[in-house]
Design a protein around this ligand. Structure first.
Ligand SMILES: NC(=O)c1ccc[n+]([C@@H]2O[C@H](COP(=O)([O-])OP(=O)(O)OC[C@H]3O[C@@H](n4cnc5c(N)ncnc54)[C@H](OP(=O)(O)O)[C@@H]3O)[C@@H](O)[C@H]2O)c1
Length: 318
C-alpha cells in the first residue's frame, strides 16, 4: 500500500482503518469479525487505526483494537483516539482530557498514543451558537495547552481536531497557534456532509475551504466520509427513514452509481479512489465493518489514483 507524509508522525498508509464500522456503528458486526478485520488491515499494509471511546457500546472500537493488538503485537502501527468535551457546566476540561486518555490507553493496551483528537465541534470566537460545541475560550485556554503538555511529556505524539462543526471555529483553529498536527475533514466525491452537519440550512458546510486551509498551514488532512455514510455505495445496509440525510444523499448519488458502472468500478471502490486522489489527503479513514468491505477498499487503493478525465466526470456530478 502507498504511504504518505504525516508531519510529526512520519509516513502513514494511504488507508486508515476506522473504528466506527468495526464497532457496529454502521450495521451488524461482532468482536471476532472486528478483530479479524484489524488483523486483515495490518496484513494489507494499513499502518494507522482511528478509534474513539464513543464508537460502539462500551467503547467497543477501542476494546476490539486492544484485543487485536494484544493477540498480535504491532508496535509500529499508529493508533489515534479522541476525547469528547461538550462545553457543559461540568467544565474542568483538563481533568476530563486526562481521564479519557488514561481509560483509552488502558483499553488499547498502549502506554502512549500517536494522535489524540478533539471529538467535539468548535464554536467560533464570536460565540455563534453551535449545538453541543466547545467554546473558543475552552479550546484555546484549556484544551490546546493540555494537548501540548501531553505531547511534551510524551503521552501523545501529536494532536488534532475534528474539522466539522461551525466552519469559522474550524478555520480559526487551523489558522491559530499552537496549531493542530492533524484535522479530520469530510472528503467525498459529491461533497456530502449528511448528518454530521449540525447547523441547519442557514449555514453551508465548508469542507473544501477547511481542507485548503489545513494544507496551507501544514496540518495533515485525514479524510473521513469517503462513502458519505454509505450513500456512495450500492446500498445502505442499515435501516434509515426516507428523510434521513443518508437516505436523501443516497438518492442524490444515483448519477454517481451510474458513472461508477460506466467506469467498471463498484460505487464504494470509485468513492474511495476519489478520496485517495484528492491532493493533500494524508490518509483516508475506512468505515468498513468486516473483511469483505475492507478487501474491496484495499483493492481499490491498489488501482491507484483516478485520471484527470475521471476526476472531471465526477466533478460534473456535483
Ligand atoms: N472525527 C470525527 O468526528 C469522525 C467522524 C466520522 C468518521 N470518523 C472516522 O472515519 C471512519 C469512517 O467513518 P465515516 O463516517 O467516514 O463513514 P464512511 O466511510 O463514509 O461510511 C461508512 C459506511 O460505508 C459503507 N462502506 C464502506 N466501505 C464499503 C464497501 N467497500 N462496500 C460497501 N459498503 C461500504 C458501510 O456500509 P453500508 O454502505 O453498507 O452501510 C458504512 O455504512 C470512522 O470509523 C472514524 O474512524 C471520524
Amino acid at each position: 500500500m502507498e504511504t504518505r507524509d504525516f508531519g510529526r508522525l512520519g509516513r502513514v498508509s494511504a488507508l486508515t482503518l476506522g473504528g466506527g464500522g468495526i464497532a457496529g456503528v454502521w450495521g451488524g458486526t461482532d468482536r471476532d469479525e472486528a478483530v479479524a478485520t484489524v488483523h486483515a488491515a495490518l496484513d494489507a499494509g494499513i499502518t494507522m487505526l482511528d478509534v474513539a471511546p464513543s464508537y460502539g457500546v462500551d467503547a467497543e472500537a477501542e476494546r476490539a483494537v486492544g484485543v487485536a493488538l494484544r493477540s498480535r503485537p504491532a508496535p509500529d502501527v499508529l493508533v489515534t483516539t479522541k476525547v469528547q468535551l461538550p462545553d457543559d457546566e461540568e467544565r474542568d476540561l483538563v481533568r476530563r482530557i486526562r481521564e479519557s486518555l488514561r481509560d483509552s490507553l488502558e483499553r488499547l493496551g498502549r502506554e502512549h498514543l500517536d494522535l489524540f483528537l478533539l471529538h467535539t465541534y468548535l464554536r467560533p470566537a464570536d460565540g455563534s451558537p453551535a449545538p453541543g460545541a466547545l467554546s473558543w475560550a475552552g479550546y484555546r485556554d484549556e484544551v490546546v495547552p493540555e494537548f501540548e503538555r501531553l505531547r511534551e511529556q510524551g503521552t501523545i505524539r501529536a494532536w488534532g481536531i475534528t474539522g466539522i462543526g461551525h466552519p469559522r471555529g474550524v478555520v480559526e483553529a487551523l489558522a491559530g497557534t499552537p496549531r493542530p498536527d492533524a484535522a479530520q475533514v469530510v472528503v467525498n466525491a459529491l461533497d456530502l456532509t449528511g448528518d454530521m452537519w449540525a447547523f441547519g440550512p442557514d449555514l453551508e458546510p465548508a469542507n473544501g475551504e477547511i481542507h485548503r486551509l489545513a494544507d496551507e498551514n501544514g496540518v495533515s488532512v485525514v479524510g473521513i466520509r469517503a462513502v458519505a455514510a454509505g450513500s456512495l455505495t450500492n446500498a445502505l445496509d442499515r435501516a434509515v427513514e426516507p428523510d434521513h440525510p443518508a437516505a436523501v444523499d443516497f438518492a442524490r448519488a444515483e448519477p454517481f452509481r451510474k458513472l461508477a458502472a460506466v467506469m467498471g468500478e463498484t460505487p464504494a471502490a470509485l468513492a474511495h479512489r476519489y478520496a485517495l486522489s484528492v491532493p493533500g489527503v494524508a490518509t483516508v479513514v475506512l468505515g468498513v465493518k468486516n473483511r469483505a468491505e475492507l478487501a474491496e477498499c484495499v483493492e481499490a487503493e491498489a488501482r491507484g489514483p483516478l485520471s484527470a478525465d475521471e476526476l472531471k466526470a465526477i466533478a460534473e456530478l456535483r
